[in-house]
Design a protein around this ligand. Structure first.
Ligand SMILES: Cc1cc2nc3c(=O)[nH]c(=O)nc-3n(C[C@H](O)[C@H](O)[C@H](O)COP(=O)(O)OP(=O)(O)OC[C@H]3O[C@@H](n4cnc5c(N)ncnc54)[C@H](O)[C@@H]3O)c2cc1C
Length: 381
């Protein structure tokens, strides 16, 4: 097996993203967290740099790069502001829904604004009946007088307050075996009967907004149906894997790196018994474990992204990467808090935020239990 190696262009991209994040994002990351605020101004800047449409072909206004480049951007953003990375990650869910399943007309209508970051997108599937039980969605869409009328409530939806172009799934009947059939719709935030609902006050990832979407007799035209009637479930599951879980793995990776780098700095700066903390072997073990989690999460994440991009199914590899990187982020944050002693719980340091962000990544895009079920299922088969 060859060593994981990035191309020269990918290394240049990483450097450019890192410089942007350190200059524009790092200085405000703590404030965004404290205020639980999604920064539209920074998102617009990210759009201008090509982050919002990184994998969108140039003909639709995107950067024309791929999923590895997307993961690099999310890792670098996640290093300092996992909440903002979450908002971008979810924007990509809506963007890829339209890019991969949209008609030419839908792509031309929506992608240029979304790729430039002038408009924000998202994918709304989860309902109060349970996110893991995807087929338990109760929202309905009925075809009446040449229009689709959608009724229902989505919850825990990232970018709920800011997305102008929402991709929403709803039940549209039954399949040939009598099971619920779902379809996806592009719903603009100006659609009749559509409104964002309550916003959640989250433990972490607070640089992104999360909340309800309410469809109360929401009426959209035939041109809003995305990917054909009855294909909504298949599309949502494919997007969760290709975009959602790879993205969460990259964000988890960024958080682990934050814990590793901050832990090393603290251990070298802090003097105890007349010498740097880093001289204590117990502290070296914490650093080593963070390094090992980072290296392993990095290999799993970029390997899974590369496999998927190469055309493989990679469901288990992506689930493993998502599981390991997000759980690894929690472990790394705990170790860094531990090695910092009392300073680890002082909010002047960002490590408490890393822990809250890491904990919040676990359920996004499918919980750790669900990731293990996917890995076990494929392994046992
Ligand atoms: C910050 C944040 C952002 C999100 N953004 C979006 C978004 O943009 N769009 C969207 O559609 N959704 C979004 N979600 C929803 C997310 O996908 C769900 O929270 C997740 O799928 C879990 O669903 P749930 O919260 O309803 O938990 P539940 O499904 O109720 O699960 C509860 C517990 O049961 C366990 N469990 C469930 N089923 C099984 C099983 N079969 N075997 C073993 N254990 C099981 C779970 O692992 C969990 O521990 C977001 C969630 C969060 C927290």
């Amino acid at each position: 097996m060859a060593e994981l190696k990035f191309t020269q262009q990918q290394e240049i991209l990483r450097k450019a993203v890192r410089e942007f994040v350190e200059k524009e994002v790092k200085p405000v990351a703590a404030k965004l967290d404290a205020e639980s605020r999604f920064p539209m101004d920074i998102f617009l800047k990210m759009g201008k740099l090509g982050f919002a449409g990184v994998f969108v072909p140039g003909e639709y206004g995107g950067a024309g790069l791929g999923m590895t480049e997307r993961a690099i951007i999310l890792e670098e953003l996640g290093r300092h502001a996992a909440g903002l990375a979450m908002a971008l990650m979810t924007h990509h869910l809506g963007v890829d829904a339209i890019l991969s399943y949209g008609t030419e007309e839908q792509k031309k209508k929506y992608l240029p604004d979304l790729a430039a970051g002038r408009k924000i997108s998202g994918l709304a599937v989860t309902e109060p009946t349970g996110g893991s039980d995807v087929a338990g969605q109760l929202s309905t869409a009925a075809h009446e007088d040449g229009k689709w009328v959608i009724n229902g409530r989505k919850c825990f939806i990232t970018n709920s307050a800011s997305a102008e172009v929402n991709v929403i799934t709803a039940r549209t009947g039954e399949d040939a075996k009598g099971r619920p059939a779902f379809s996806a719709f592009i719903v603009e935030n100006t659609a009749e009967g559509f409104s964002p609902g309550r916003e959640e006050d989250k433990v972490g990832l607070r640089g992104s907004s999360t909340g309800d979407l309410l469809m109360n007799g929401c009426s959209v035209g035939d041109a809003s149906l995305l990917g054909g009637e009855g294909n909504g479930m298949k599309m949502a599951l494919a997007l969760f894997t290709k975009i959602g879980r790879t993205g969460m793995a990259a964000i988890g990776l960024g958080i682990i790196r934050a814990c590793l780098e901050d832990g090393v700095k603290f251990a070298k700066d802090r003097v105890l018994y007349g010498k740097p903390l880093s001289k204590l072997q117990a502290i070296q073990f914490e650093i080593a474990r963070n390094r090992i989690d980072y290296e392993a999460a990095r290999l799993l994440t970029y390997n899974a992204v590369g496999l998927k991009e190469g055309g493989a199914g990679a469901d288990a590899e992506i689930a493993a990467a998502k599981y390991f990187a997000t759980e690894g982020a929690v472990r790394a944050a705990k170790r860094t808090m531990d090695l910092m002693g009392g300073y680890g719980v002082i909010n002047e340091y960002p490590v408490g935020r890393y822990m809250r962000d890491a904990l919040t990544t676990i359920s996004c895009g499918g919980t750790s239990h669900i990731m293990q079920i996917i890995v076990a299922g494929q392994t046992l088969n």
